[in-house]
Every structure is written in C-alpha cells, then in structure tokens.
Design a protein around this ligand. Structure first.
Ligand code: NAD
Ligand code: UDP
Ligand code: UDP
Length: 322
C-alpha cells in the first residue's frame, strides 16, 4: 500500500535530474532515480541517499525496465556537445530506445510521462524567437545530429504512442539551463567561462561571440517541468521552457569576468560546425498553459553558480584535472 505519488526520474543523477529529484522529494513524492552514471554521479544525489522516499538504481534506459510508478520524467541523455558526441550511436540509442522503453513502461502501468526535449530540435533556427510551431532547421548528418535527431525522433515516438495508445504525454523543449552541479568540464559555455575565470585561465569565445543564447536558471526550469507534469490530459506540449532574456556570448563573458573579479583575458577560438547563431524561446505557451514564468535574472543565477564552482574547485585533485 502506498500513499505518496511514485515518480520515476531517468537521468536523475545528472545536473537537471538531481535538482528535480530534490524538489519532488521536498513535495512529498516517492522518487525512483534511474541512471547509468555516464555523465551523472552519485554525489549529485548524495543528500537524498538516506531519505526514506528516495531510491537510486544503476540502469541503462536502452534496456527494458519493469517498475510500478505513477509518473515518469524521462531525462536520461547526455546533454552537452562534448558528451553527446563522445559516443554518437549510444546517444541515439538513449534517445530512441530509451523513449520506446519508457513509453512501453508508461503504457503498461498507465503512468503520465514527460519527455525532456530540447531547443536543439529547432537546429540553427531561421525563425526568431522560436515558437513551438516552428519545425526547425537541423542538419540530419552533421555532428550534432545524434542529439538533435535523436530528440526529434523521441518527440515523434511520444506523439505516436499518444495517438495509438492514448498515453498522457508531456513534451518540454528545454532551452540552455545553468546552475550548481553543471559539469566542470562538459564544455558548455557557462561552466567553461566560470571555471576559466576562477582559475585565471583565458576565457575562450568561439567565433566572434556575437552568437546568442538565452540562459535559464535550474530552479526555474525544474518548476516549469513540474508545472507541465501537473497539467490535465489535454495539455501535451511541446512547450518551450526557458528564459527569454537573450545575451550574446561576449556579454556572458563580460558578466562572468566582472562577477568573479577575474583577471582572465578573453581569447577567440574557431566556431564549431553547425553552431546555432541565435536562440531565444518564445514562452507565451508556457505562460498561458502552465502559468509559469522564469524569475531568476542571469546575474543572480550566475552568482549562485559561481559560488558552487568556487567550492568545487577547492578540491585540489579536481582543480589539477582542469
Ligand atoms: P546531464 O548529462 O547532467 O544528465 C543526463 C543524465 O542522464 C546523466 O546523469 C547521465 O548519466 C544519464 N544518462 C545518460 N544516458 C543514459 C542511459 N542510456 N541510461 C540511463 N541514464 C543515462 O544533463 P542535463 O543537463 O541534466 O540534461 C538532462 C536532460 O535535459 C537531457 O535529456 C537533456 O537532453 C535535456 N536538456 C538539457 C538542457 C540543459 O541546458 N541542461 C537543455 C535542453 C535539454
Ligand atoms: N517495456 C519496458 N517496461 C515495461 C513495459 C515495456 O521497458 O514495463 C519496454 C519493452 O521492452 C518494449 C518497449 O517497452 O520493448 C515498448 O513497449 P510496447 O508495449 O510499446 O511494445 P512491444 O512490447 O509490443 O514491443
Ligand atoms: N561557447 C564558447 N566558448 C566556450 C563554450 C561554448 O564561445 O568555451 C559558445 C558555443 O560555441 C555556443 C554557445 O557558447 O555558441 C553555447 O554553447 P553551449 O555548448 O553551452 O550550448 P549549445 O551550443 O548547445 O547551445
């Protein structure tokens, strides 16, 4: 006999997943965290390990999983270009086979299921800002395709299971998110710049730095995912979840330098292949359907993230490895 809601979080030991598990436990749910520890780590959920409502299982979602739950948040997938390009075939399998298994599970136990999709489904967008109606501009054979097309196929699978089996699905298109527990060496721009600034290394801007991104603080993002899961059966998404405040990469570099008081120099490196020029979510749909809006300003969120990396870098072994 169980009274609390039983919630499965795949990829729960990762950056976003660990914050989500924490919030769900706080709200009184029973949380089953499933992760193969490719980019996630036990230490991300350390504070939850002794909690009576938390369980951690090492499992790869490309293999079937038989558990009994009421809700599923499917977050398992490496998310940074460095990680998802490390083993592109496994990245595709994780998105596609992982989605099939989790949808099969949702179908068997009649659970609600949410997919962590991504703004990358829009590729290098020719529509700005991006609304959910835009179908995207993705190179299907480029180096980002294992991630972008894998996530696009997962969305297709979610809607196919909805049509065929009437599943209660939710698709969130997540835009660039940052905050404590980002990986120090996953190559993403916020973590790279903060680590470089704190270590006094050169700050590496790829290209001229005029390309833009919109950065959402992790606490806001988690609130958006939970609100989406709480919607009625007729709300499926896809819904953009992100912060529409748009910054150039050059502006981000200056903010990080000034907030850390660093003496690092800004240098330029070549722009990676297929790097989107601009990205900003249109979040009208999320505001209307979820009554959700992000609250954290970039500077506030950067201060929290810098504090996290300062404490992480006090570990001398880790510091030496960067
Ligand atoms: P992350 O790498 O920290 O988390 C992903 C987690 O999934 C890790 O713990 C990893 O070990 C686990 N994982 C990977 N492959 C797996 C597999 N086959 N089986 C089980 N577990 C597996 O990344 P994140 O930033 O927390 O991203 C979480 C989700 O959100 C991903 O699906 C990502 O695509 C999506 N997303 C993130 C962002 C962002 O800015 N962080 C933006 C858009 C979408
Ligand atoms: N599956 C799972 N857990 C479950 C039920 C199904 O992992 O509790 C997997 C199962 O291995 C299958 C996939 O989900 O490959 C898709 O399930 P579905 O019922 O849609 O397809 P089928 O079993 O008919 O191939
Ligand atoms: N970027 C950069 N320097 C870095 C890391 C990234 O200039 O050290 C740029 C990158 O080329 C891209 C933007 O910052 O234009 C965001 O990169 P990230 O990998 O964080 O996210 P994504 O490209 O997936 O949005």
């Amino acid at each position: 006999m169980h009274l609390e809601k039983r919630i499965l979080v795949t990829g729960g030991a990762g950056f976003l997943g660990s914050h989500l598990c924490e919030r769900l436990i706080k709200e009184g749910a029973q949380v089953l965290c499933v992760d193969n520890f490719f980019t996630g780590a036990r230490r991300n959920v350390e504070s939850l390990l002794e909690h009576k409502n938390f369980e951690l299982i090492r499992h790869d979602v490309t293999f079937p999983l038989y558990v009994e739950v009421d809700e599923i948040y499917n977050l398992a997938c490496p998310a940074s270009p460095v990680h998802y390009q490390h083993d592109p075939v496994q990245t595709i399998k994780t998105s596609v086979h992982g989605a099939i298994n989790m949808l099969g599970l949702a179908k068997r136990v009649n659970a609600k299921i949410l997919q962590a999709s991504t703004s990358e489904v829009y590729g290098d967008p020719s529509v700005h800002p991006q609304t959910e109606e835009y179908w995207g501009n993705v190179n299907p054979i480029g180096i980002r395709a294992c991630y972008d097309e894998g996530k696009r196929c997962a969305e297709s699978l979610f809607f196919a299971y909805r049509r065929q089996n009437n599943l209660n699905i939710k698709v969130a298109r997540i835009f660039n998110t940052y905050g404590p527990r980002m990986h120090p060496n996953d190559g993403r721009v916020v973590s790279n710049f903060i680590v470089q600034a704190l270590l006094g290394h050169n700050i590496t801007i790829y290209g001229d730095g005029a390309q833009t991104r919109s950065f959402c603080y992790v606490d806001d993002l988690v609130g958006g995912l939970i609100s989406l899961m709480g919607t009625t059966n007729d709300v499926t998404g896809p819904v953009n979840i992100g912060n529409p405040d748009e910054f150039s990469i050059l502006e981000l570099a200056s903010s990080v330098v000034s907030l850390t008081g660093s003496s690092s120099q800004i240098i330029h490196k070549p722009l990676p292949q297929d790097d989107p020029r601009q990205r900003r979510p249109d979040i009208s749909k999320a505001k209307q359907a979820l009554s959700w809006t992000p609250r954290t300003k970039l500077k506030e969120g950067l201060v929290q993230t810098i504090a996290y990396f300062e404490s992480l870098l006090s570990d001398q072994d880790l510091r030496a490895s960067l």
